[in-house]
Write a protein that binds this ligand. Structure first.
Ligand code: HGY
Ligand code: MN
Ligand code: MN
Ligand code: MN
Length: 415
């Protein structure tokens, strides 16, 4: 029987860092980061490595019909619902080495440390790798955790297409990670996710731990504008039906809507498709996704309404057709106060500086919170930079957050 977890119990930071660096070798980017987009061969390779590590740690692997991986460490009470600890191994096309990966490998490190210390928790522990958190290849983001929480049907998810027209369902089968478990059949006692902040606050405030109380809400609005394909050289300006110009005015308008809702709102566009996307052809079709976020639900919906009201006016003035579809959404999330307190207690017991923080980025924890008590732990990232291959953290930061995760999980899983 191990004594109650004292502040001297720590994870193995060197082992965690080695695991991060080994995983970073899979699906290397072009500038030092990673391109391990969901359901690609690189994703499959990362999954296999993670599976081997989990099996070597004595965990039993289960995979559901969305390909999410669940690695279980038995608890003393087999009837006690498990404590899930996870994040995601998939990355952006120009992703960093830590977004998502830190949470999955820290969850594994928590289990490895329990093994080292001979700790047996009452509740089982399930290390989790959610499929397609990023939503970069297949929108929306947090797709598998969304199906798990009942927010999307399996058919909807399987039908999602990537820019080349491949479907999620086909690709999941192709990489050999279509599991047999019903999605969402698992019940959770609690869910923890450890993640880099992906913003500048913790570093600027010189705090090592983010005690995540909330996550801001999001809308992804996919606009399809219809112009007229025409020669960019011989078509007089007054004869153009310029969907590209309409798009630029909508992006400017989105910027204005976000700025007039400061503080605490963001809005922008990360992805644009021109068709036929030829230098000397005015686009017949422009498809782009507006990403707006704020912790304030009413403000979020007001921003959406304003953007969807103003975009057609901009397009009409240019004779451009306009349609919009909401392809991603979650309301602002309040994490479980008891688990938030467990995280704060752990940071205090371990002597790590900490502050409450609202997550700017979305996470699988946002959907887990729909079906179980959930919360997050955050560490700083250099310059607040993420979704960039130059994303960087220190080993000290990585280790501190994993220590806090370990103690918060121990408190919740009970020894
Ligand atoms: O979009 C997000 O917030 C996350 O990176 N999927
Ligand atoms: Mn992430
Ligand atoms: Mn991300
Ligand atoms: Mn309990």
């Amino acid at each position: 029987m191990v004594a109650a977890p004292g502040e001297n119990m720590r994870i193995n930071g060197d082992r965690l860092w080695d695991a991060l660096m080994d995983m970073a070798k899979i699906g290397p980017g072009i500038a030092g980061g990673n391109n391990r987009q969901t359901l690609t061969d690189a994703d499959a390779e990362g999954r296999s490595l993670f599976k081997t590590w989990c099996e070597n740690a004595g965990l039993k692997i289960g995979v559901d019909k969305m390909g999410t991986m669940f690695a279980t460490r038995a608890g003393a009470d087999p009837n006690a619902l498990p404590v899930y600890v996870g994040s995601h191994l998939d990355t952006q096309p120009t992703g960093g080495k830590y977004d998502g990966v830190l949470g999955v490998l820290s969850a594994l490190e928590v289990v490895r440390t329990m093994n080292d210390l001979g700790i047996k928790t009452k509740h089982p522990i399930v290390v989790t790798n959610w499929t397609n958190e990023e939503g970069a290849r297949f929108a929306p983001a947090m797709l598998a955790s969304g199906v798990f929480a009942g927010m999307h049907s399996l058919d909807y998810a399987y039908g999602r297409k990537d820019p080349e027209g491949k479907t999620f369902g086909e690709e999941l089968k192709r990489i050999g990670w279509l599991g047999d478990e019903e999605v969402g059949a698992r019940k959770m006692h609690a869910y923890f996710e450890y993640h880099i902040e992906q913003g500048p606050i913790l570093e600027a405030e010189d705090k090592t731990i983010g005690v995540v109380t909330h996550c801001q809400g999001l809308w992804w609005l996919e606009f399809t504008l219809t112009g007229k394909e025409a020669h960019t050289g011989s078509t007089p300006m007054n004869m153009r039906v310029n969907a590209g110009l309409a798009m630029s005015r909508i992006i400017e308008m989105v910027q204005g809507v976000a700025m007039e809702n400061q503080p605490g709102a963001v809005g922008g566009v990360g992805q644009v498709f021109f068709s036929p996307n030829s230098r000397n052809v005015l686009p017949g079709k422009v498809v782009f996704t507006v990403d707006i976020r704020t912790p304030d639900k009413e403000k979020l919906d007001r921003m959406r309404a304003k953007i969807e009201a103003e975009a057609p006016v901009i397009c009409d003035a240019l004779g451009v057709g306009c349609s919009v579809e909401a392809i991603g959404h979650f309301a602002p999330v309040t994490f479980d106060p008891k688990l938030v307190t467990a995280v704060r207690n752990a940071a205090e017991k371990l002597g790590y500086s900490h502050m409450n923080i609202i997550s700017g980025a979305g996470h699988d924890a946002c959907w887990a919170a729909k079906v179980a008590p959930a919360t997050m732990v955050m560490c700083p990232c250099v310059g607040g930079l993420s979704h960039n291959e130059a994303e960087e953290i220190s080993k000290e930061w990585a280790t501190a957050g994993a220590d806090v995760l370990f103690h918060a999980v121990l408190e919740t899983a009970e020894i």
